[in-house]
Every structure is written in structure tokens, then in C-alpha cells.
Design a protein around this ligand. Structure first.
Ligand code: SF4
Length: 357
């Protein structure tokens, strides 16, 4: 039993040894100092005898095939299918997490799903990329890193869906293999919201990680979960949109997501659609060219409009592209304005999401 348990350990990347067999993890901005025998805040990284180990390497707790639009990524290889994987654990404690059963799990659980099998399964299921998602990929970094390297060797792309609370070192390390990242804000990036509802002491590292991603030429899309009453400040959205415009660029897709009651925040109702529409207007007025409303299937703000002439260029329903109205070189067919889409259209790739386990 002991042998089995130890065999599942995988030495961590990005940590420092300090005095008294302590280690400092440098993957996420918590930078946990962990004593011998202890685990970090995420509970899936353990100090054994002065060395730091990942407890979840190759242990996917969830795997499935998703349309890339589910991440959401709207301007990156549209129509593509991706293999999504996650392990247990998280470096946040969001009271509204819709994946709380796996992100907040206290026990390491999952199926043995080593990197080469992930890539093989992706190919067998018609995927062209791997997405590290559902829980925070930073905390299963080594697993993601090795899978991403293998995936790249066979021509697949890699995407993170992340809360962005990564160290610059972690971003730089994964950058050679990371093609795209969806960075999720909550409550407009309000530091008080993060402290109260996610147990996160400061939001500044998220902005630093985003700047590092941009320096490394990773395609970035940003979401913001609009939580009624506690995290729906119009002013916060205005500030966040202005920061994105100035630091990342006005063509960065910005998704305003509807909140649904879940986990410990079941007394707060779903975000009213008119609240989302107000934040949409504010983000557009701040100068962002591609703003979307998410989790409201059929809403016209799921679509992409040409920022120059307002022509509808990509029509969507939920995760599905229902009309493609761009030229072969990704321009508006009416005015010729170039719409920034990275990769190509995968026209036959649409599928409803399905789980492998
Ligand atoms: S990844 Fe885990 S152990 Fe490392 S700093 Fe973050 S919470 Fe701590």
C-alpha cells in the first residue's frame, strides 16, 4: 500500500528548498511554504522529506470532449473539438464553484490517465487540441506540462482555463506549449469580492500573469462572472474593461458570464439578463471590440459583429456556430475589416460535450 502510494508521487516543478526541509512552491501566487509532511493550500502538492511532489500527476478526475466554444474561446480555432482534462484540487475556495465536487475534493481521486493516453484519446475522439480545465490547471502543472509537450509533438494545440493566479515563472515555463488561455475573473476583479467569496488575498497577481501571457504571445480571452448584488458593480466592469484595453489590447475577447446559484451560494439568484446587457454596454463603451454575453443561449450578444460596420460575421447559439460570414482570410465580407481569429475554422468539428469519465 505504501509502495503504491509513493509510486503515485511525481516530483514537482518550480519549487525551492529552504531550511528545515521546508519547501516553497512557486506555481501559484500563494507561494506556499510547506513543512515536511505537509501539503499546500491546494491540498495536492506535498512535501515529503524536503522534496515537493504532485499528488495528482496522471490522475484525471474528469475527462471529456468539448467544443472549444465551451471554454469559452471564440476567436481561437473556432469549431474545434478539444479533449478536456482535470484533476482534483484548487488554489481558490470559490463559494459559487460549479465544479466544487472535484475542485474542492479533499481526497486525491481519479483515473490513471497518463499524458500519452490523453493525447491518444484526443486523437481517437476527433479532437485537435487539449484543454486543461474544469479545475485550476496551475495546481496540476506537471501533468499539464508533460501532456502539452506530447500534444504539441503530434500537432495539437493546448489551452488553459485558469483563474490566472499563476506566478510569472509558471507562465513562462508553460508558454512554449500553451497556445491559448481563458482567464476567468469574478465580480469584476473586485479585491473585496475575491477575499469574501474565493478566499484570495489579492488580485494583483492575476493582472501580472495576464501581462506575462501577452509577452509570451499566448492567445488570451477573458471572462468575468457577474454575480448579482455582491459582484455586479458596473464601475468594476468599466475599470476591468479599460485595463484589458490598455494592457492586453482592444481586440481581446471579453465574455460577461451569467452566474447560476451553486455550491454554497444558492441563495443568490441567476444574474438578470438586463444586468449583463448593462455591463456589455459599459465594456463596449470602454473601447473593447469583442464583448460577449455568456450562459444565455440565443442572446444576440453571443454573436460576433464587425467592429467597423457592425455586420454580423459569426452567429452562434450556445456552443454552436450557426452561421459563418467571414471571408477566407478572416475579413468582414462587407467592409473588409480583419477580424482577429487565431487558427482556422474547423467546420465539421461541432459536437455536444460528452464525458469520458
Ligand atoms: S500550487 Fe498549491 S502548493 Fe503551490 S503555491 Fe499554489 S496553493 Fe500553494
Amino acid at each position: 500500500m505504501e509502495g503504491e502510494r509513493l509510486m503515485s508521487l511525481h516530483e514537482a516543478m518550480l519549487y525551492e528548498k529552504t531550511e528545515d526541509k521546508k519547501v516553497k512552491c512557486c506555481l501559484c501566487a500563494r507561494r506556499c511554504l510547506i513543512s515536511d509532511g505537509g501539503t499546500g493550500f491546494c491540498l495536492v502538492r506535498k512535501n515529503e522529506g524536503g522534496k515537493l511532489f504532485s499528488l495528482v500527476y496522471g490522475k484525471a478526475v474528469s475527462a471529456g470532449v468539448d467544443p472549444i466554444s465551451k471554454k469559452p474561446l471564440s476567436h481561437f480555432n473556432p469549431g474545434a473539438l478539444v479533449m478536456s482534462i482535470a484533476t482534483v484540487g484548487c488554489n481558490f475556495r470559490c463559494q459559487f464553484c460549479d465544479n466544487w465536487m472535484i475542485s474542492q475534493g479533499k481526497e486525491v481521486a481519479g483515473h490513471n490517465f497518463p499524458p500519452d493516453e490523453v493525447v491518444k484519446s484526443a486523437r481517437d475522439n476527433g479532437c485537435v487540441g487539449i484543454s486543461y480545465t474544469y479545475t485550476e490547471p496551475t495546481i496540476f502543472f506537471e501533468y499539464a506540462y508533460d501532456t502539452a509537450r506530447l500534444a504539441r509533438q503530434v500537432g495539437f494545440f493546448n489551452t488553459f482555463v485558469t483563474n490566472g493566479y499563476m506566478t510569472p515563472e509558471a507562465v513562462k515555463t508553460i508558454a512554449p506549449y500553451l497556445d491559448a488561455a481563458t482567464v476567468d475573473f469574478k465580480g469584476g476583479g473586485d479585491p473585496d469580492f475575491y477575499k469574501s467569496f474565493s478566499s484570495v488575498p489579492t488580485v494583483e497577481p492575476i493582472f501580472e500573469a495576464l501581462k506575462e501571457m501577452k509577452r509570451n504571445d499566448i492567445h488570451i480571452e477573458i471572462t468575468n462572472l457577474v454575480v448579482p448584488k455582491t459582484g455586479d458593480s458596473i464601475e468594476r466592469v468599466r475599470q476591468l474593461a479599460a485595463w484589458i484595453r490598455d494592457a492586453i489590447g482592444k481586440d481581446t475577447p471579453f465574455h460577461l458570464l451569467r452566474f447560476h446559484p451553486d455550491y454554497q451560494l444558492t441563495t443568490i439568484t441567476a444574474t438578470p439578463v438586463d444586468t449583463l446587457e448593462k455591463t456589455y454596454v459599459v465594456a463596449k463603451d470602454a473601447g473593447l471590440n469583442y464583448v460577449y454575453i455568456g450562459n444565455v443561449p440565443g442572446h444576440p450578444c453571443e454573436n460576433t459583429y464587425c467592429p467597423n460596420c457592425n455586420e454580423l460575421v459569426i452567429k452562434r447559439y450556445s456552443f454552436e456556430i450557426t452561421k459563418w460570414n467571414l471571408t477566407k482570410d478572416m475579413r468582414c465580407p462587407v467592409c473588409g475589416h480583419e477580424i482577429p481569429i487565431k487558427g482556422k475554422l474547423h467546420a465539421s468539428g461541432y459536437s455536444y460535450p460528452y464525458a469520458l469519465f
